[in-house]
Design a protein around this ligand. Sequence first.
Ligand code: SF4
Length: 401
Amino acid sequence: MKTGEKDTIAAHLQKCGVSRRSFLQLCSTLIVAAPVGLSLTSKATAAQVAKIVGKARRPSVIWLHFQDCTGCTETLLRTSAPDVGHLILDVISLDYHETLMAASGAQAEAALRSAIEENAGKYVLVVEGSIPARDDGVYMQLGGKPAIEVVKDVSAQAAAVIAIGSCASWGGVPSADPNPTGAVGVDSVISGKPIVNLPGCPPNPYNLLAVVLEYVTMGRLPEMDAFNRPKFAYDRVIHESCPRRAHFDAGRFAAAFGDEGHRKGYCLYKLGCKGPVTHAACATRHFNEIPGVWPIGIGAPCVGCTEKGVVWKMGTFETVPIHLATPPETYPPIFSSAGELKVGAAALVGAIAGAVGGAAWVASQRFESSMEAGVSRIAADRAHAEKLKVTSEKPVVRKED
Ligand code: SF4
């Protein structure tokens, strides 16, 4: 662990023997992880991003664990290519991290104090795990102090706080009913500091790196939504980019795990997929650097882990309401010539398809090229649309923007 004045990122990588090719690959991945919404990655090429990042001083990061499973740390380290984890740790200066450091007991306490003093006002505090707030925080003690006091103490001299994972963002697993410890997210116990929530169980580690590097290179945090989640990673629901979406639109669903539909890769909605109400980038930014490695990609329905009102609040197989059955009015009509939006054509198609079922059909048919094939499916798709009028007994708290 290194503390005090930091090298520039470029100088440190050179000292560690990291090749320019590896650094450029990391910058390319950052551009993919945050294609819009960050000043840093809005640059045209990985080389331009690398030039900016290379000049920045390595950001000091203090990482605290509270009520967690360490899964967020694991997702950072267990990349399919071990070099990636090391590279991330070379770019940032991880000055205190209980899982990765050798010290324990009094030595660990001294290391924490030293990291705070040497980087006061400059470090980014990353919090993993929820904070037990019930009964004055008696349910978790660190070095003889309640966890709630530790997080307040360490955040007091931080430049910014990042809550990584669902537990640190809003309580996560420990906050599930009956929540015996009164588990809450970081933003429930500290104030007066910029806080970024990166929910996910686990979150994508590139989102963390993108937020930290945006902060140290541009001097500001990314634009955030009402739940303090950076918009570059949480502005869309999974359903919008899901590779199984075509099956949803066409009414092809897996009805049971292992059935023919499941084996064919059909939509998992009827198995309780929460993708239609879950804001996250999992559908486009997969895990472990392996394409297709994410829950829906391997046949498991999304559980909605980035949404406080969904995961562990709804039943696993309970279906969520569909807010996006109707395509936005701004969609171009299907049968107009390219690049034109003809109101008359849209009205004609709408009249054919009819009401709600027809609108769902319109959405599903955006990719069809044959009028003949489309017309022959109206009746069948109306039947499917009727089946899609599924409403949950428990309303979901969020509505689409
Ligand atoms: S319901 Fe789930 S599996 Fe189906 S398209 Fe939407 S996100 Fe994908």
